[in-house]
Design a binder for this molecule. Structure first.
Ligand SMILES: [Ca+2]
Ligand SMILES: [Ca+2]
Ligand SMILES: [Ca+2]
Length: 433
């Protein structure tokens, strides 16, 4: 800045000298041109290429190094220097800022009308509209929207860039950006019931992230394209195949179980799914682990990633049972996916709810080792004897009658057929009493 200021001061002091020394009949030359953003990089100002305003320009006599003309461009980006014929001049721009130019200066001693400066920036453009027929292009009857397309990032000099625009009536939009690193974000049109359509070509923005980062800094490209086509999705998340392992009729407090189920995207829009564990109170179990494809608590969690249409994941949760109050394991997928309503509410997991029976340790109805081991061997013996007898006789009906099996034996037989362990246990208890 200081240097520029010094140059300007020098120019101011010199100007009167130039003026007085210039004879009235001094022949003049005119150097003029335009400063513009050269989108198509052909070094010529074309229709639609934005003029660059606010540029400080100067003409320097190359022999004397004296500044003989200074100017700052206006909205049209144009300049016009009328100079004495004779010297050779260097006409240039003080500071290109976050741009590069196609040339640093013009060295001229004759008039020139197209002494232009083309600036290089980045150009992002494309179309955004509701692609009702899904063909990838915008037909006249297809609507645009009011959503704002946003670009954020930093220019090479570190200036924060945060700009936004709407599309024109034809669905087109364009950004002129200084050299830098940027990301474009597609408008969020969920409130309008619109989602980004599945990409049909490289022009389409990623429908999962709705963003495009550019440039990478290595591709040498200046023109970027990102089309943002929308459609009305029919979201459908589903939950299936809930299992509890080990599979048992009865579980004991303190026991660990593994609950597994599948989350599926059966709709046409990518999105996260969230799950509520119905019937699982905070005191009913302790969460040992949750598979890393979901995040949240024991009672409520969501997928880490969006699921693509047709994609499914298996969620595994390990629980330590803590209460006999737990009656059902019922994972339920919330009827929303990717922020859109679920089209089919019947497949959120309801058909796969699992009943569960949890009992306190020691009250299990299974043959209890504590009962038998605490009993004397004499008491235990009749249990096994009875069971053995009944089972043996069950195989021979006539034998059963002839040997005169006790009514107790017959009762035991029924119990044995229903639940062998249970029957035997009661028989043993009754005999003892
Ligand atoms: Ca051009
Ligand atoms: Ca279309
Ligand atoms: Ca569903």
């Amino acid at each position: 800045m200081q240097k520029t200021f010094a140059v300007a001061m020098t120019a101011a002091l010199l100007l009167p000298t130039v003026a007085t020394s210039a004879a009235a009949q001094q022949e003049k030359i005119t150097i003029e041109g335009v400063n513009f953003l050269d989108r198509n990089n052909n070094k010529k100002p074309d229709a639609g290429e934005t003029p660059r305003s606010g540029l400080r320009m100067s003409a320097v006599d190359t022999a004397t190094h004296k500044v003989v003309w200074e100017f700052t461009t206006g909205a049209d980006g144009r300049y016009k220097a009328v100079l004495d014929k004779g010297p050779k001049y260097a006409v240039g721009i003080a500071n290109f800022g976050d741009y590069t130019g196609n040339r640093a200066e013009w060295i001229l001693s004759e008039s020139r009308a197209d002494a232009d400066f083309g600036f290089a920036g980045y150009f992002l453009e494309g179309f955004t509209f509701v692609d009702a027929n899904g063909d990838g292009d915008k037909q006249d009857d297809e609507k645009t929207h009011e959503g704002l397309i946003k670009v954020t990032g930093k220019s090479i000099s570190g200036v924060e860039v945060n700009v936004e625009t709407r599309s024109d009536a034809d669905g087109s939009y364009r950004f002129d950006l200084p050299l830098g690193q940027y990301q474009v974000n597609a408008p969020d049109l969920r409130r309008n019931g619109l989602a980004l359509a599945k990409p049909k070509s490289d022009n389409d923005i990623d429908w999962v992230t709705g963003t495009l980062a550019f440039p990478t800094g290595s591709d040498g490209k200046r023109n970027y394209r990102a089309d943002m086509r929308y459609f009305e999705p029919k979201g459908d998340g589903a939950l299936e195949d809930t299992t509890i392992s080990p599979a048992k009729d009865t579980y004991v407090v303190g026991e660990q179980i593994e609950v597994k189920f599948k989350l599926l995207n059966k709709g046409d829009v990518p999105g996260k799914l969230s799950v509520i564990m119905f019937g699982l109170g905070s005191m009913d179990a302790k969460l040992i682990s949750l598979s890393d494809n979901v995040t949240g608590t024991m009672q409520e969690f969501e997928t880490v990633n969006k699921l693509l249409p047709g994609e499914s994941i298996t969620v595994v949760m390990k629980l330590e049972l803590a209460s006999t109050e737990l009656k059902e394991i019922s994972p339920f997928a919330r009827p929303f996916i990717g922020g859109f309503k679920d089209f089919d509410h019947k497949n959120q997991g309801q058909p796969f709810y699992r009943k569960i029976k949890v009992v306190e340790k020691g009250t299990t109805s299974e043959p209890s080792t504590t009962t038998t081991t605490s009993s004397s061997s004499a008491t235990t013996a009749p249990t096994s004897t009875t069971t053995t007898t009944v089972v043996a006789k069950a195989g021979n009906k006539s034998g059963l009658a002839s040997t005169g099996a006790s009514p107790l034996g017959l009762l035991a037989l029924g119990s044995v057929l229903l639940a062998a362990g249970l029957g035997a246990f009661f028989v043993a208890r009754r005999r003892r009493s």
